[in-house]
Ligand binder design. Structure first.
Ligand code: PEP
Ligand code: MG
Length: 748
């Protein structure tokens, strides 16, 4: 890059900094900046467009265009050349704007006389904030150096916007991070919570984007990168022996030593950016690229780079996770995503969790559920909007998050919390009573669990036992395969805590959405229909054998109940059962005490098993419906896909009739039957399942109270009649009819 250009660029940034240091209010500052850029770049026009809301850009300041158009001219994302820059987050450089694709004529601006156009996105860490444009009468393409210079300026503008530099009298913008924000996401775990934001990865604030001593800044960058490299090397030596972890760290190391990365940042510094701003500029561009890339491997690599940039920024600014900052009162964790192990570390200290990414079935969601912490996932932009300590309310019933809520919203929310607390009080008054219906049937209510942390709920919720213990959680929250002795000790503690109550251990259910961090992921086009659960267990029996041994040892003479997941045909059950028999024989040979009684069951999660030969129903000791999976296969609607997962009602007549058929078959062979999918914890669904013949339901501990309360009010023969009548009337779902019945019971 020519020396002269570097000096020009630095000069411009220097002037920008002076403009920022003056005591002008927001609008005057913006005006000054457009004037400075236009003159420095030898253009007649410079304009700044900022986002008013997520899809509208507004002309906020201009040198050269009609001043009356400021705050009047608006365009939608994607509209006109400016909208195009914002939408694609890419530079538009054209010598002849009116002829360029997408050009939209805006008569109020008077821009028709300007031929050449250069627009660059203003973005901070991949978050679009606006567009910076220069225009001139002479038809010419802007050079690579000019584009680069404008990008550097845009970067500084983004930082200034973040710092609230344009807020004030006749404001170009309202202050960011001070307005109430309401975000709609997806329910990950029900419950409501009020508290204060705790950002899992705190935002690094760069207060000095411009620096005029490039030598000093380069030194700072070099020192920080050296420190970073050292810490990566340390991580590498700590991961010795763990190949997969090492691989990840090697990728980090590659970036940390990348010459291209260092060269680009040094160049940015030469052009007037501070070391922090140079790191952030790189990071921002990587994030913008990340949003376009669909290839999982490349995305992963870019996200490694993102992680590394964060570390580097923390070293440079001295801010971040290691500052020893304390959790606020009633902390609500806000993050883009979080791993299950990290979440477990926070444990029950958290009042709520809000994730920008995540998914309902993610490991973090599973842990949040186990800890009964309200969770909202897919809360878009929350990490951009929230600041540490902000007041926040999480509505895990509706999937809504209120950030810095207004008083009226907060009051309504608190009413809701109070109502829930009152309901909990009611439920605890029936905790020790049986779930006996008005017609005298008793339904066994059990709880789902997966972590030691769940076990205290066994007593508190009034559950009769653990109807589903998801053993995979122990595998998911670690970074290497647990050893048999560890598992056996854990299962033994679970049985101790259960104090003789029945615990149904489900063998490892991995694959599909549950990918072990230390197992090579399988590249399957359709993982939910792929190599998962019992299929993996039977094809690679080593882990299953180890787990069965651990369970037998943990029982140490006590009764043991084991269930195999995702059995699609009789043969699979037989093969798995044979593994259990072999394990028992082996343990016996080795001199271990065998369980006093052993029950082996299967999960019915694929429609095929419902039609298995009668012999299967005779051989299997119990069946548990995994409704989450069964429903997705019955309706061919992915349980992880927000677009379709709620499309079909569980109380749809077809599905209920199907379930009733299974209950009937089990009655013939006297096979114990339960339902352990999420639907078992929804009171109206639970009532219908009981009415069609289910006598055992397993659910989240928090659901036991509401389900029991409803069951105790209703008569199953009446509900069965309501269901049959609705079916006879040709209704698609029995929900309406059953709800009406339920309401009548509440009034009565
Ligand atoms: C189910 O599929 O209903 C079930 C209980 O198993 P998971 O949700 O763990 O797949
Ligand atoms: Mg399942």
């Amino acid at each position: 890059m020519p020396e002269r250009f570097e000096t020009e660029s630095r000069k411009l940034l220097g002037r920008l900094r002076d403009a920022m240091a003056g005591d002008d209010a927001g609008q005057a500052r913006l005006n000054k900046i457009t004037h400075l850029i236009a003159t420095s770049m030898g253009c007649e026009v410079c304009s700044i467009y900022l986002f008013r809301d997520q899809d509208t850009l507004e002309l906020c300041a201009t040198e050269g265009l009609n001043a009356a158009a400021v705050h009047e001219t608006r365009m939608k994302l994607g509209e006109g050349l400016v909208g195009r820059v914002a939408k694609r987050r890419k530079v538009v450089n054209t010598p002849n704007a009116p002829q360029a694709p997408g050009f939209r004529f805006m008569p109020e601006t008077g821009e028709e006389i300007y031929s050449s156009f250069l627009g660059v996105p203003v973005q901070r860490l991949g978050e679009p904030l606006g567009v910076l444009v220069v225009q001139s009468k002479t038809a010419r393409e802007f050079s690579a150096d000019e584009i680069y210079a404008l990008e550097v300026v845009a970067m500084v503008l983004a930082e200034m916007t973040e710092l609230g530099a344009f807020v004030g009298e006749g404001a170009a913008m309202s202050a960011r991070h001070s307005q109430p924000v309401m975000t709609r996401g997806t329910v990950g775990q029900e419950g409501v919570a009020e508290g204060h934001v705790w950002l899992h990865e705190p935002r690094v604030v760069v207060s000095n984007p411009i620096a005029d001593d490039p030598v000093r800044e380069t030194e700072r960058l070099t020192e920080a990168v050296d420190q970073l490299r050292l810490s990566v090397d340390q991580m590498l030596s700590m991961a010795a022996g763990d190949k997969d972890q090492q691989q990840v760290i090697e990728a980090y190391r590659m970036f940390a030593n990348s010459k291209g990365w260092m060269r680009r940042m040094t160049q940015d510094i030469q052009n007037g950016l501070s070391a922090e701003a140079a790191v952030e500029k790189e990071q921002s561009q990587a994030r913008a690229r990340m949003s376009e890339i669909t290839d999982a491997y490349l995305r992963e690599r870019l996200s490694d780079l993102d992680d590394l940039s964060n570390r580097l920024l923390r070293i440079l600014t001295g801010q971040g996770a290691d500052t020893g900052a304390e959790l606020p009162r009633d902390p609500i964790l806000v993050a883009r995503n979080i791993g299950p192990a990290e979440l477990l570390e926070y444990g029950r200290k958290l009042k709520g969790i809000v994730l920008e990414g995540g998914s309902v079935g993610s490991h973090a969601a599973i842990v949040a559920r186990a800890l009964a912490i309200p969770l909202v996932v897919h809360a878009s932009r929350i990490t951009n909007e929230a600041l540490n300590g902000d007041h926040i309310m999480v509505d895990g019933e509706q999937g809504i998050v209120h950030l810095r809520p207004e008083d009226t919203v907060a009051a309504a929310f608190r009413d809701k919390i109070a109502m829930q607390a009152a309901a909990q009080e009611r439920y605890s008054s029936i905790r020790d009573l049986p779930a006996m219906t008005r017609c005298g049937n008793t339904i066994g209510l059990h709880m789902n669990a997966g972590l030691m942390a769940d076990l205290p709920s066994l007593g508190n919720s009034g559950a009769e036992g653990v109807g589903l213990f998801r053993t995979e959680l122990q595998f998911l929250v670690r970074n290497k395969m647990p050893r048999r002795s560890e598992l056996s000790a854990l299962y033994s503690r679970v049985l101790d805590a259960a104090q003789g109550k029945r615990v149904v251990f489900r063998t490892l259910d991995i694959g599909s959405d549950k990918v072990l961090p230390y197992m090579k992921p399988n590249d399957e086009p359709n993982p939910a229909l792929g190599w998962r659960a019992i299929r993996v267990g039977l094809d690679k029996p080593g882990v299953m054998r180890m787990q069965l041994q651990a369970l037998i040892r943990a029982a140490n003479g006590r009764p043991l109940t084991v269930m195999f997941p995702f059995v699609a045909q009789f043969e699979e059950f037989r093969a798995a059962r044979a593994e259990m028999d072999k394990a028992l024989a082996r343990e016996d040979r080795l001199g271990h005490v065998l369980p006093e009684r052993i029950e082996v069951g299967a999960m019915l999660e694929t429609p095929s098993l419902a039609f298995a030969p009668q012999k299967f129903f005779e051989e299997v000791e119990f069946l548990s419906i995994g409704g989450n999976d069964l429903k997705q296969f019955f309706f061919a609607a992915d349980r992880e896909n927000e677009r379709v997962r709620r499309r079909y009602d569980t109380l749809n007549v077809s599905f209920l009739t199907f379930l009733e058929g299974i209950a009937d078959r089990c009655r013939v062979t006297d096979t114990a039957l339960s339902f352990c999918g999420e639907d078992a914890g929804r009171p109206v669904e639970a009532l219908c399942f009981a009415a069609i013949g289910f006598r055992t339901l397993s659910m989240r501990p928090a659901s036991i109270g509401p389900v029991k309360s409803l069951l105790r009010r209703c008569a199953l023969d009446e509900v069965r009649q309501v269901i049959h009548d609705a079916r006879d009337r040709g209704e698609m779902s029995v929900r309406g009819a059953v709800m009406e019945y339920v309401r009548a019971q509440h009034q009565g």
